[in-house]
Write a new protein. Structure first.
Length: 364
């Protein structure tokens, strides 16, 4: 610190180092020592690692930069689409034009509370994006404090209870699977428990008829028709092919299609055609037995079954077949073993109730 001829105080500050390791020096001045110290502190805040930080930035601008640099390169294509959809639909409309420095903890909690009623996973991703953006912004000196610290997640909507197919649904599904032009989709889901995108991304090179296994390696983005990586590294797996599925797909090999479940044009399924095909299948399932649980669609009454019912049904089959939890986790492609354990625990409780009923009925 030195006093200049004009009476002002001047100081030299090292704010970082360049690529060659040389110090990056800046100068500040003030009319008094106190003013000089304030100027030095302000200068330090403006630079992180020798780079001047843009502090007058909107949440939308900074969050996009954070996503492109720190998040997008580290997640699968399908996860990218999920994050982008949630960001554009639930976060950007609320925070996009707001200045990062002006956003408070109350603002963020109020926005998060408004999302109450969405699914648990969606709320979790919203909270994660907001928190990670502000943590990084604080670390880079873009903001003076992190308003996302202490955010609490609101209650999510209660999920429909997962269940396996009923006996009536199973009978109807397998009959439709044998007779409907798109029935092979049902067979693939029923006998493998694959996610719908995984099943539709399956190619003949992924099927080993000698070892009777399916290798899950790809996923379909139904909006774009693009083939990408599966959901997580845990989704990469090999699934045994039961005899019923083997007999169904073996005659189809060698056709001029790369995909095991091709759309009408021979390529991967897209969103609208697949939706229509699924409704057609579920209408046929309902026609087979109109006592099963159903819903009204634009095309008429149809079974309520979705692809996820088939996954839960497959998990149920694994449980009753005596497959251990870790093997079941691998076949289902669950990233977290707890997900599989929860399903097995629920099924075990169901079985215990049924066994208790049998015992009570025995003594009647």
């Amino acid at each position: 610190m030195a006093k200049q001829k004009d009476g002002r105080y001047r100081a030299k500050i090292t704010v970082g180092r360049d690529a060659d390791g040389n110090p990056i020096v800046k100068y500040v001045s003030g009319r008094t020592k106190k003013e000089l110290e304030a100027a030095k502190e302000e200068l330090k805040k403006r630079y992180v690692g020798g780079v001047e930080v843009q502090r007058d930035v909107t949440f939308g601008e900074y969050a996009k930069e954070w996503y492109d640099i720190y998040k997008k390169p580290n997640i699968s294509y399908s996860s990218q689409k999920t994050y982008e959809s949630i960001f554009n639909g639930h976060i950007l409309p609320e925070l996009g034009e707001r200045r990062m420095q002006a956003i408070t903890a109350n603002d963020l909690q109020t926005i998060l509370n408004k999302k109450q009623g969405l699914g648990l996973s969606t709320i979790g991703i919203i909270k994660s994006i907001i928190a990670n953006v502000f943590v990084k912004a604080y670390a880079q000196g873009v903001i003076d404090r992190n308003p996302s610290a202490g955010l609490t997640r609101p209650a999510a909507k209660e999920k429909n209870k997962r269940r396996a197919l009923t006996d009536a649904e199973t009978k109807a599904v397998l009959k439709v699977a044998d007779e409907h032009p798109n029935g092979i989709i049902l067979k693939m889901l029923y006998y493998t428990g694959m996610r719908l995108g995984e099943a539709c991304g399956l190619q003949w090179r992924d099927v080993d008829f000698k070892t009777r296994t399916i290798s899950v390696r790809r996923d379909v983005d139904f909006k774009t028709g693009c083939i990408g990586d599966v959901k997580t590294k845990y989704s990469i797996r090999d699934i045994p092919i039961p005899p019923q599925l083997y007999e169904a797909i073996y005659p189809l090999r060698g056709l001029n299609n790369a995909f095991v479940l091709p759309a009408r044009d021979g390529g991967p399924w897209r969103e609208t055609p697949l939706r229509n095909a699924w409704i057609g299948l579920m209408k046929s399932v309902y026609v087979e037995d109109d006592s099963i649980e159903s819903r009204e669609t634009e095309e008429g009454r149809a079974s309520i079954l979705t692809a996820h019912y088939f996954r839960h049904n497959y998990a149920t089959v694994l449980y009753y077949a005596g497959v251990d939890v870790l093997t079941a986790q691998r076949y289902l492609g669950h990233a977290n073993a707890q997900t599989t354990i929860d399903i097995y625990t629920h099924l075990n409780e169901e079985k215990a109730h049924k066994d208790a009923d049998k015992l009570r009925n025995y003594f009647k």
